[in-house]
Ligand binder design. Structure first.
Ligand code: GAL
Length: 404
């Protein structure tokens, strides 16, 4: 894939301090001082040669200086995105490509500023997981204008043609896997209380997850297996097998967690306060991801009128894998972030080499059909947690206690 002309230094702009530390630990005394002096002299010369006095962010061999790939992830406050960061770093240890990773901390303004700073450093490919799919269009357009390729990572950037590729899991399949689990556990029972929760309405994935869940749950709501207890909008639309985006937005508006643990916990508590004793008992809960699942599960666990609960999740976060082992969360959907990070870097390298990454389908982003190659997901519960999580090498066994 890589032509000899594209041979670069491996530069870890993401860990400049540790790199500096490593380098200086190998040198001592005078040698170190001399090296520092030489670096300073070279920096001054480089600065003098650069228009506007801007030094390139990194240098490569054969005159190919500058940052190649910029990655912008949505927040450090959710383990999911720290997982992805760790996978990228792992992968980049042996890659000949210079990469910088920045976080937006739940702010579209920070996200755009991050993209602009990466472009200033010379990034030719920008990989973004948008905090807000629609708001990220401006950042994508800035990248396109600067001549960079834009890869939407896990979440789709909406309403712009400035998206070149989408690296994703099959998000409809995630929602279907969650709902199938609830259906499997409810068996032949009728009238089982169902509590629905969703992700952030600014995240296109929240719609895809809900769409998948609705595909499976709706027939089971219509036939009386489940009775929705916390959404009048979902109850009013229960006869419709396929919902429009607006209809889904109405439901998500009532059951959103905003991907936030506290919002999830408060909403679950409010739902439990509003529900009567007979709306509780042995309940079924659609929780959109692991962080919100733990928050919601904790609320249901302490309600004296809840006898048992089955609750879904997503992401195989360490804390949730432990919850599954402990019987506090029923399942999660493993989205192997090793595959996703690799697909993203492979796609970036393809673009850097003037090629096109592989495509098996497209996702409409309300403006164009964005090429993509979605990755499969795996349902994990207590019965296969060891095989799927530990034996697969996804997480090491020493992160957990009481493994089956
Ligand atoms: C989604 C992502 C999930 C989940 C969630 C919260 O877009 O696909 O894996 O973590 O965001 O950040």
């Amino acid at each position: 894939m890589r032509s000899p002309a594209r041979w670069f230094f491996v530069t870890y702009l993401t860990t400049p301090n540790s790199l500096q530390k490593e380098e200086s630990s190998n040198m001592s005394g005078k040698v170190a001082k001399l090296a520092v002096f030489l670096v300073l002299v070279v920096s001054v010369l480089v600065l003098a040669a650069c228009p506007g006095g801007q030094a390139p962010a990194t240098t490569g061999q054969q005159g190919q200086g500058g940052l190649q790939v910029g990655i912008v992830l949505p927040t450090k406050d959710e383990p999911r995105w720290l997982q992805d960061e760790a996978r990228f770093r792992e992968l980049l240890k042996n890659a000949n490509v210079s990469v910088e990773i920045l976080f937006s901390q739940g702010s579209s303004a920070t996200e755009k500023a991050n993209v602009e700073s990466l472009l200033t450093k010379g990034a030719k490919v920008i990989i973004i997981t948008p905090h807000d799919g629609a708001a990220a269009a401006a950042a994508a357009e800035a990248a396109r204008k600067a001549g960079a390729k834009v890869i939407s990572y896990d979440r789709l950037i909406l309403g712009t043609d400035a998206v070149d590729y989408y690296v994703t899991f099959d998000s409809v399949a995630v929602g279907e896997a969650q709902a199938k689990y609830l259906v499997e556990k409810v068996g032949n029972r009728k009238g089982a209380p169902l509590y629905l929760y969703a992700g952030a309405a600014t995240d296109n994935n929240a719609f895809l997850f809900f769409e998948g869940a609705w595909n499976v749950l709706q027939p089971k709501i219509v036939d009386g297996t489940f009775v929705i207890k916390n959404s009048t909008a979902a109850e009013a639309l229960k006869d419709k097998p396929k919902l429009t985006r607006d209809e889904m937005a109405q439901i998500i508006g009532q059951i959103t967690t905003n991907w936030d643990f506290n919002t999830a916990k408060n909403l679950a508590e409010a739902n439990l306060t509003a529900a009567k004793k007979e709306d509780k008992g042995d309940v079924f809960i659609l929780a959109p991801n692991d962080g919100t699942a733990r928050a919601i599960a904790d609320a249901f666990a302490v309600d004296p009128d809840v006898t048992s609960y089955v609750i879904t999740g997503q992401d195989a976060e360490i804390a949730s894998v432990q919850y599954i082992i402990d019987g506090k969360q029923s399942m999660t959907v493993l989205k192997d972030t090793r595959t996703l990070a690799k697909d993203a870097i492979d796609a970036a390298l393809a673009f850097l080499n003037g090629q096109t990454p592989p495509k098996t389908t497209t996702y409409n982003n309300q403006k164009i059909d964005v090429p993509a190659k979605p990755t499969e997901v795996i349902t994990v519960d207590k019965s296969n947690v060891k095989a799927a999580i530990i034996d697969s090498g996804y997480w090491p066994a020493d992160k957990f206690t009481g493994l089956p």
